[in-house]
Each structure stands twice: as structure tokens, then as C-alpha cells.
Design a protein around this ligand. Sequence first.
Ligand SMILES: Cc1ncc(COP(=O)(O)O)c(C=O)c1O
Length: 482
Amino acid sequence: MTVPHHDADEIRARLQALREGDLPTHGGRTLAYVYDSGIAEADALGREALAAYGATNGLDPTAFPSLLTMERDLVAFAKPLFHAPVGAVGTVTSGGTESVLLAVQTARDGRPEVDRPVMVVPSTVHAAFHKAEHYFGVERVTVPVDPRTKRADVDATAAALAEHADRVVLLAASAPSYAHGVLDPVPELAELALRHGVRFHVDACIGGWVLPWLERDGLVRHPWDFAVEGVTSISADLHKYAYTPKGVSLLLHRTPELRRPQFFASADWPGYTMLNATLQSTKSGGPLAAAWAVVSYFGDEGYRELTRTAYAGTQALVDGIARIEHLALASEPDSTLVAVTTDGACDVFTISDAMLARGWFVQPQMAYADLPATLHLTVSAATAAHVDEFLAALEESVDAAVASGPIAVDAPLRAAAAALDPSTLDDAAFDGLLALAGLAGEGGGVAPPERMAPVNALLDVAPPALREALLVAFLDRLTRTE
Ligand SMILES: Cc1ncc(COP(=O)(O)O)c(C=O)c1O
């Protein structure tokens, strides 16, 4: 096949048509993946900066000093928000996962004498830490969270630190956790980190651009940032609640010494000396410029307003959910994320499908260990104006889900899934399961399901290792070409 050529207008039309199959990024009706300020001028500014800087290269800050200026500005804006000491340093990365990966890599390489390094993390930390374990070989020791508050268990953390004492290079916590929207007990954990002399990373990827303004309104119950002695690094994404285009996060370290192992240089080849502070080498300056533009547009006042709006929307949602029979909060939210459970009369997967049919995306989260399946709601400022509509749709969706009853996974399907060994899942085994689930497409491909609930319910009863193997096989099929 040759690369096809089309004229510009055809391409524009095709791009627009392709987008119509996606979830809407604006309008406040997508409560995961996207963040909408509802302010059109900020969006336009972000897009302009993205386009204007799209071809610049952050590989070399001396060649594109504009990018260095903007990176330094963003770090300078963030430092006081997180009560960072004057000497604290920061890096702009491509997203939350990259910030977390670098926090783990830096902790590992900051202790080269440790043979088999360990990080101690609550079970609710973002899966980016699992990826860091996978990439960097830092063993993950997981401690449970309180089943009621969903906050990390301090005693269990102390025990894990004591057990692995000399091997621990990092302790981590969330502010807040993605799955339940709660802050871990950062001061208590920081004390443990200080006592053991280990780094302590607070993952505020999702809360970092909300909590500082909530705090000023007296709404943050637990200290979580550099104001707490013992916190050594913080990640905070701008492409979440700073409402900037995708591709920008911040990683801050308390001191330059703590950041030093993050740098990579290689002069050991005949080309330019490669010198990086991030995983990426060549990187577009577009997302950074867009973030700089949008953050400068909103400024402190703008984010205070956006945070107040999103928080008020969250509280209105929480109140409304309390009035809907069969629903309950999984935990009391600490910021603008809400996790909702059902009482067993219906299931979250059917509700999620019913909401989608009504024009709302709410993200189903599978059961994990003793934590039940939930619906995840990330509340953007733009959602706040539509809370009544959302609650009406949610009530209807719950009624529909109760009427159809909790989804049951067919016995043969459940048995087939149970018989699979995730470590040896080959194409043939996966084909069989796809056929049983009614997902087999033409030519050995996958056919996207009309309703996600049966698929999600099947995944929900599968152990995590099997979920992973099935979804990897699914993604592999989705992305194969002829
Ligand atoms: C707490 C937390 N950490 C890390 C991440 C990963 O961020 P990203 O998807 O930008 O890589 C997320 C994403 O939601 C998050 O909520």
C-alpha cells in the first residue's frame, strides 16, 4: 500500500468526522479523561500556543530558550502553591505517568548502594507506580487502606518499612487517590519516611491544581504538600485541573540534590551529547507553551474561581447522590473526585452504560481486593452548571439498572475465564473467550460491543492478572492491521 494523498479540505472533513465517534471533551458531560474549564477563550489560547510551538524541540534548551523560560515560569508558579522551599526545583514532563516514573527512577538511582530496591505504596496509588516497578525493577510493597476511609494504613506502612528497612528507597502516597478521591495521611507517613531516612513522594497529579485553592478556602482537611517535613517530591499535572491541553505535568523535588539522579547524559557516541531531564528526548514544545499560556491566562484568581465552581458542583453531586436510592459514596471525597457504589440491587456497569445512552460518561471501576466496584466521577468546573441534569440522568439510569437487575456473567463464560492461565494466554485461548463473550470480529479481530456492561462484569469477576492479560490481548487485536 502506498501512503494516500488527499486535499486539505477532505482531510479536515475526515478529521472532524473521526472526532464524532469520540467522547466529547467539552460541555462537562464526560466525567473522566478530560477536564473542561468551560472558558472558551482559555481553550482557544491553549490551541493557539500548541500550534505555534508544535514544531519546537525541547531536546536542547539552548536552541529553544523560549521553552526553558516557560518551564522555569511554570515551576516558579507551582512552588508557592505547594509550599515548596526556596531551593526546590522542578521539571515539566509529558504527564502524570512520566512524573511518577521519574520520581521512582530518581529514588532508585539516588541510592545506588541498595541492591534490590523497594518502594512502599498504599494499594490505592495510581497504576503508574506499577509501571515504574515494571520498567525500573523497583519492587512494590503494597500496604492496605482503611476499608472505610480508603486512606493508607499508617501502622501497616510502618510495619512494611521496618520489614524491608535497608531496601526501601521510596514511600509514596496520593493527594488525592484517583479511585476514591481521598487524601492519604501525609503527615503521619512523612514522619515514618523521616524516621527511616527514605524519600517520600506525594502524587498530586490529579489534585495538585485544586488543593491549594481549596486550602485557602479552609476546605483541605489534611496537610499534604512540602509544608509537611519529610515530603521530598510532588507530582502535579497541568493537563488535568489546570485545564491545559494534554501532555503536561510537573515534578517538583525539595532540593536540587534529590533531583540530580533524574538527569541523563550520554556523550558516548559520535552524535550530539544527549542531555535530558525527562524520559523523552526530542519533545514538542507545544504542550508546554499551551500550559504556560493557559496557566498565565487563569492566574491565581482564575483558578480560585474554577476550583470553587468545581468544588460546589462536587458537593451538589454528593448531596444529590445521597438522595438516590441504591447508591452510596464509597468514601467522603476530599476534593473534586467522587466514587459511588451500589447496594446490590443494581450494578455500576449497567448504570455506566445507561448514563452513556443519556449523553453522560461516568467511568466504571472494577472491584479490587475487598474494595467494591464503583463509578468514578471527575468533576470539572464545566460540569457544575449541569449537576441537576446529571442527577436526573443518574436517577433514571439507576431505575433502569434496578429494573434489569444486577448483571450476571454466564456460567460457561465465567468457567472459561476461570480456566484461563493469564501467564500463557495465547491467541487461541483468547479467540475462544472472545467468541463466548460475543465479541469475536471478522478475521480474528474484535468487534466493539454494543454494551460494555457484560464485558466489564466479566472482567470484574476475573482476578487482576487475568484482567490484565485479557485487556492486553484485546488492545493487541484492536491495534493490528492487515
Ligand atoms: C493520582 C494520579 N497519578 C497519576 C496519574 C497518571 O496521569 P497520566 O494519565 O497523565 O499519565 C493519574 C491520572 O489520572 C492520577 O490520577
